[in-house]
Design a protein around this ligand. Structure first.
Ligand code: ATP
Ligand code: MG
Length: 338
């Protein structure tokens, strides 16, 4: 094995983000909303982690807590999120300034609203370099902006760099947000539903670009989505969330081949088998848990076709079902072997 491959192997095994028992609740006039109820995950360099779950399962709040995006109060955040030895949760801006938006960047779910309508695209990309890479010259910033726009598939970028957001389509603005996310060569890119607004061809092109970046630079990707086809094709590991808890985690291929939690099975049954790509998750019968009043036992029990008495009275432990694959179901083995 060549030295470069050995080094890449070593880099790939290095944990760069270690999240332990992350909990987030919001104090509201109508009581506490328990949005995230104890999640654990690790991210290694170059890895792609998928976070999959229905609307309201706590995906955005989890990463929002790590990125310092939640106002506190009302948010109450506990647990730990260690990025290369630095604690990110409840950390002062002086600690996270060099990390957030630089070493860990994020493409937001409602990306388009975060572009400034009054600034040319090239200027907006340039601003990022001005703040984080002050040594760069104006010319270098402009050249980099053009390069990034081309990388995300915007043609004639050297002309369009002087256009305003309203002169681009929604999908193009979304690609510009992805360009902003990768501009500083982050260690970790958190992409929250990054390609929902894009057609499948552009979506595939963006995912390929992100995959290439991971292989070349060791960037890790946290891909948050409802789209099971997207995680199936583009992630190494998968965390399925329900009611603010991880219900199943493991290597993506293993989770999809041998789903071991009734919720994951429900998700997989709710989409057509042949063409999984681009499909939204159809709700499993019943409604999502009321986060101000979580059930006493398994959070999925009220909707679970397999629920028994124990499921309604005690919270299931995380069960190791082998090969780095875990399920938070009292009957994990049974479900996995069925
Ligand atoms: N500031 C807040 N105050 C009260 N509740 C909140 C607040 N922010 C988020 N929540 C609640 O936390 C829960 C989790 O929200 P989150 O945005 O993480 O869901 P999500 O999994 O990202 O869903 P989607 O797929 O729709 O983006 C939701 O019930 C939401 O209403
Ligand atoms: Mg969200």
């Amino acid at each position: 094995m060549a030295l470069v491959d050995v080094m890449r192997d070593m880099q790939e095994q290095q944990t760069i983000l270690d999240v332990r028992d992350l909990k987030v609740s919001f104090k509201t006039p109508r009581g506490h909303v328990y949005a995230v109820n104890g999640i654990d995950f690790q991210v290694t360099a170059g890895e792609a982690l998928g976070i999959l779950g229905e609307s309201g399962s706590g995906k955005s709040v989890s990463v929002g807590a790590m990125m310092g995006l939640l106002e506190s109060p009302p948010a109450m955040i506990t647990g730990s999120a260690d990025y290369r030895g630095t604690e990110l949760l409840n950390a002062p801006a002086s600690v996270t300034r060099k990390i957030h938006g630089d070493r860990i960047s994020m493409v937001y779910q409602d990306a388009i609203t975060s572009l400034n309508p009054g600034l040319k695209i090239g200027t907006q990309i340039g601003e990022l370099f001005k703040v984080h890479r002050p040594q760069m010259s104006r010319g270098e910033r402009r050249a980099k902006a053009v390069e990034l726009m081309e990388a995300v598939g915007i043609h004639s970028a050297s002309e369009r760099v002087d256009s305003y957001p309203h002169e681009f389509s929604g999908g193009m603005n979304q690609r510009i947000m992805i360009a902003l996310g990768i501009a500083l060569g982050p260690d970790i890119l958190i992409a929250d539903e990054p390609t929902t607004a894009l057609d499948v061809t552009v979506q595939a092109q963006i995912m390929k670009l992100l995959g290439d970046l991971r292989r070349q630079s060791g960037m890790a990707l946290i891909l948050i989505t409802h789209d099971i086809g997207l995680v199936a094709e583009n992630t190494d590991r998968l965390m399925v969330m329900y009611g603010g808890r991880p219900v199943e985690t493991g290597p993506t291929a293993k989770v999809i081949d041998r789903p071991s939690h009734p919720y994951t099975i429900g998700l997989m049954n709710s989409i057509p088998q042949v063409e999984m790509k681009g499909q939204k998750l159809v709700a499993i019968s019943g409604s999502p848990p009321k986060l101000s009043q979580l059930p006493q036992g398994c959070v999925f029990a009220p909707r679970c076709p397999l629920a028994r008495d124990v499921c309604r009275s005690s919270v299931p432990e995380i069960t190791d079902i082998g090969q780095d694959h875990f399920s938070a179901c009292h009957f994990a083995e049974e479900v996995a072997n069925d």
